[in-house]
Design a protein around this ligand. Sequence first.
Ligand code: AMP
Length: 414
Amino acid sequence: MYNKIPGTKDILPDEVSWWQNIEQLSRSVFSIFNFKEIRPPIIEDISLFNRTLGEFTEIVQKQMFVIHNQEDTYALRPEGTASVVRAYLENNLDKKNGFMKLFYIGPMFRLERPQKGRLRQFHHVGCEAIGSFSSEIDVEMIALAEALLKSYGISGYKIILNSLGCLKDKARLVDILSKELKDKITELCEECNNRYGKNVLRILDCKNESCRKVVKKLELGEKHLCEHCLRHFKEVRSGLDTLKIPYEVSAHLVRGLDYYTRTVFEITHPSLGAQDALGAGGRYDNLVSELGGPDMGAMGFAFGMERLFIADEGKAKAQDEKLVYFVYLGPEAKKTAFKLMSESRAQGIKADANFENRSLKSAMRRANDINAALVIIIGEDELKKGTVTLKNMGDGKQEEIALDSCIQEIKSRL
Ligand code: AMP
């Protein structure tokens, strides 16, 4: 027997209906916000991620699923933004459409140490608005994130917001942080000691208790922001206030990836434990030009579907359609059953039959086990009279109905 590899999950039929429902709800909210779906490949040239996420980020350094080909090196995508921007530029969508609002739903891969809410194959519901520097886009994206959560029926989340500023501001933030942490290095964990020289912002994200203690005392505020970025951040907050979207500003929220600039946000939920982010995102105003495109602002975010499942406790399942189950007793009855079943299906009724030629008793048990709403029992004697038996599994009532009106009778009872 084989086992799945650590950090992956089998989504079994019972759970799939939750996934389908979340996907459908997402598609309908995206459509209401006028976003269009995009489906880039799951494998990309590894250099796309190295370049965009940042050489010293954890994803690039440790978490990439790498595929070595004879000449090339590919990677399973660890996130969606880089692929979407690549596809946007490669297919000239910047020239054909200019500003575009795109969404995607699909698996992502990171070679992490598996734990609650942290898998090696997980799924994102994500979106990108490419082609605008305007602060209204930031508001639109956060409003969209909230609308998605509301459509899933998830409450009790917190929206945390910060601005990293433009590239210059970000460099200033790195400077400020490096200075503030300089004489506290010995109090930081081993990993943060490494981060200090390479990706100092990431220290703010560290879950290690001793690092958190140090980080908590830092006074960061907005002193790294230039005049333009200060204004942009103010506009974003005022837009959210207008829409009455509650949020909390935290100068400690940085997001680890290199491409983020200006607005970053994270949505947390208390049900998630240590990995408490349901979703996250932010602006990436330099990424499009860095990948060879024009100077265009952009913003995106993604929810982790497995974490949505934890927060929702798998409750948002789609309503299953009601099932009619045909039970036949004898060769003539079998022919009639298959004709009726085929007619039912042609009319969009979910139908199944007791293919195993069971006894009436075991066929009825099976009908019960698979949650049939109605059972049509076809016996040879009744058939001669032109009737069949209809059993309503809800109240257990049984009645004889005319064979000719069977489909209408089924329809009127479902
Ligand atoms: P990120 O791309 O790291 O900003 O992640 C966005 C969202 O994806 C997070 O807030 C999580 O909900 C989810 N996520 C990220 N990494 C994982 C993982 N390894 N396993 C499950 N969900 C994840």
